[in-house]
Design a protein around this ligand. Sequence first.
Ligand SMILES: NC(=O)c1ccc[n+]([C@@H]2O[C@H](COP(=O)([O-])OP(=O)(O)OC[C@H]3O[C@@H](n4cnc5c(N)ncnc54)[C@H](OP(=O)(O)O)[C@@H]3O)[C@@H](O)[C@H]2O)c1
Length: 291
Amino acid sequence: MKIGIIGAGKVGTTLGMYLRQRKDAMAEIVGFYSKNVETAKETAEFVGTDYFEKLEDLVALSDTLFVTTPDGEIAKVWDCMRQLAAESKIDLNQKLICHFSGSLSSDVFVSIEHFGAIACSLHPIYAFSNKFSAYKQFHKVNFTMEGNEKAVETMKTFFESLGHGVCLLKKEDKAKYHGAMSMVSNHMLALLQTAVDTLGQCGFTRKQAYESLETIVTENIKSGFRFGAVEALTGPIERNDVETVEKHLKVLEPQTAVIYKELAKVLISMSKEKNPKRDYETMEKRIDNMK
Ligand SMILES: NC(=O)c1ccc[n+]([C@@H]2O[C@H](COP(=O)([O-])OP(=O)(O)OC[C@H]3O[C@@H](n4cnc5c(N)ncnc54)[C@H](OP(=O)(O)O)[C@@H]3O)[C@@H](O)[C@H]2O)c1
């Protein structure tokens, strides 16, 4: 597989560097093209490969193209490729084209079949915060994939051969899937911030708040992964301690109370599953009736 990478940012650089380093990967990184030639050059130097000033030169040398631009640019890159193909400046026949957006499907490559190419979307389930170091952790990353059957099969086989887990998605489920991923990655941090702010109202410094929360949060998450969220659940809702929950709702800031109440509804259904003989009806009613 000869891979050309379009978009020399965090994901493109990480994939390029990671695959270059994996000697067992049956792939060659042809090089990088980016909006800004300086970015492509800097990345190519880092990865130890070529950079291209013209998209058509990279396309000509690659059989597989990874489009790793921001989501809003993927369709523009595809439009540009279609235009170049229509002008016979590139030949897309037999090319495999992938993007890496979690929320967009492969439909963004409109009419790709007319050019004899195939496409899929691959989503690496990871937060790439550093362009030059994320490759060191990339071996742990799982993927979801969606798109043309042959394209998905090729990419699934390729990444599975390197030890990555792969789940296949239907294109109509991509937005819902990405919503779940965003919640567990971003909203989880919002919950952490809310707890830090609330502890601040109780006199904790930021440092004290983070130090106090670290063990309980990380151990709880570990238990959730080890035993499942329902089995790991503890606390006043699971114990059916209605008075404590009422006290919480009386003193929490209004916005925090809204978050507490909405998540409490999920906690009640988890508690019912964990303790099928326990009656949570009073808890449910009180939470519903609290402002
Ligand atoms: N970051 C994450 O944690 C993460 C996780 C999973 C999936 N993804 C997905 O991966 C993709 C890339 O994200 P990213 O975080 O790597 O973004 P990024 O760091 O912002 O990098 C995007 C790169 O694309 C280049 N670019 C922009 N427009 C272009 C165009 N029209 N043609 C060619 N190159 C162009 C930019 O290059 P210049 O510097 O040259 O302007 C930039 O370096 C997105 O689809 C994103 O949803 C990201």
